[in-house]
Design a protein around this ligand. Structure first.
Ligand code: GLA
Length: 384
């Protein structure tokens, strides 16, 4: 049984009712990391790996939710929303809280959640769950939420209820994704452009380190603060600076001596990553994927040495790729401290390479390596 049919069946078995089903995908990001919350650019796409939520009205005044992958249930009313130690219900409650704050009345509802976005892989299963929930409730209760409002409310849910100060990229990619297209998103104006990812004989492959270091969320919030400190300092001299988006390398160098050295190097990374992304988009438009691949390595070096969000496992995988003739580019993807690398590899070489890499990785890092050959698919939608 495929995952859609299975999710619907699970719902029917539990609630003796026909549900509506919403799919919201996990994302990849080709280049432009830790730029979204700095008003910069990102280049994500929605994938074939997704979260599915089957929903229907409840008739006993309570919400009954079931997370199929954890075989775990949760029951609540919607008048007081309290943080749950179970974690997964917080993503739903965060979204409901935002809808309520927007003035929507949300009646009790039942749902079954399922999916094939690998957890902890840095493909943003949490954003996918938030977007799926928001879209599902909008369909079920006819709330007429626009896509951009969905993105924004899902981000606020994560910031305010879940507590991660993430940017807008994950929700945007999950909601606005388009088959075969990457999205160049300007995170300041929210203007965006789709363009086809034409890789010819090459394909996008993710390697999953199988680790998620506990530093991830605290360091993430720290990086945000470091960037804010940099902006604050620059504003004393250059009042037009609102975010690192308005900053150039020259400007940073001019005031370097006033900077805390760590803050300086964080800001420099962000400025350079934005430039790399813009140049990388030109590469793609010209069909120069060799040059794009080199920029991916550049992005990884910056994330490792300047932004310091990589880890031994990610570095191992990227270093291995550098010596492979069938690989054009590789880098860590997402927030860092574990999760996946994203790689551009010759189609015919992928399986043989994975075999060698996973053996070497197992010996060096003592973890099992997983591989996902991702396809680029449409964003959030109702599918029945
Ligand atoms: C996480 C966040 C995103 C983004 C990336 C880093 O995935 O949720 O908003 O900041 O890290 O690029």
């Amino acid at each position: 049984m495929d995952i859609r049919t299975e999710t619907i069946q699970l719902f029917k078995d539990r609630f003796q009712q026909e549900p509506l089903l919403v799919r919201s995908p996990g994302r990849i990001n080709l280049i432009g990391e830790h730029t979204d919350y700095n008003g910069g650019f990102v280049l994500p796409a929605a994938t074939d790996k997704a979260v599915y939520i089957a929903l229907g009205r409840s008739n006993d005044g309570k919400c009954h939710w079931y997370a199929a992958d954890f075989q775990d249930e949760f029951t609540t009313t919607l008048d007081v929303l309290e943080h749950s130690p179970k974690n997964w219900p917080n993503y739903l409650m965060g979204v409901i809280q935002q809808l309520q704050m927007m003035g929507h009345q949300i009646p009790a509802f039942n749902c079954v959640i399922s999916g094939d976005v690998p957890a902890g892989a840095g493909m943003s299963s949490s954003a996918a769950l938030e977007c799926a929930t928001g879209w599902g409730l909008s369909q079920l209760f006819d709330l007429k939420i626009e896509r951009l409002d969905l993105v924004r409310l899902a981000q606020r849910a994560e910031n305010q209820f879940v507590g991660l100060q993430c940017g807008i990229m994950d929700m945007f990619a999950s909601t606005f994704g388009k088959q075969h297209q990457v999205i160049r998103l300007d995170c300041r104006s929210l203007e965006y452009e789709y363009f086809p990812l034409e890789l010819g004989d090459y394909q996008v492959v993710l390697f999953d380190t199988g680790v998620k270091h506990s530093l991830a969320s605290s360091e993430y919030n720290n990086r945000r603060k470091e960037c804010e400190a940099g902006v604050k300092l620059l504003q004393q001299h250059e009042p037009h600076v609102e975010s690192l988006r308005d900053v150039t390398e020259e400007m940073l160098l001019k005031y370097q001596r006033q900077f805390d050295p760590v803050v300086f190097v964080r800001c420099m990374y962000v400025v350079q990553e934005n430039n790399r992304l813009l140049a990388g988009c030109e590469d793609l438009k010209r069909g120069d994927i060799d040059s794009f691949g080199q920029r991916m390595y550049g992005s990884h070096n910056g994330l490792r040495d300047m932004y310091e969000v990589s880890c031994a496992e990610l570095d191992y995988l990227v270093s291995f790729m550098k010596t492979e003739k069938n690989v054009l580019g590789a880098r860590m993807m997402g927030g860092g401290f574990g999760g996946c690398t994203i790689n551009i590899i010759k189609r015919t070489a992928v399986d043989e390479l994975f075999e060698r890499l996973s053996k070497a990785y197992q010996i060096a890092m003592k973890h099992e390596l997983k591989m996902y050959k991702v396809l680029i698919e449409d964003g959030t939608s109702q599918i029945n």
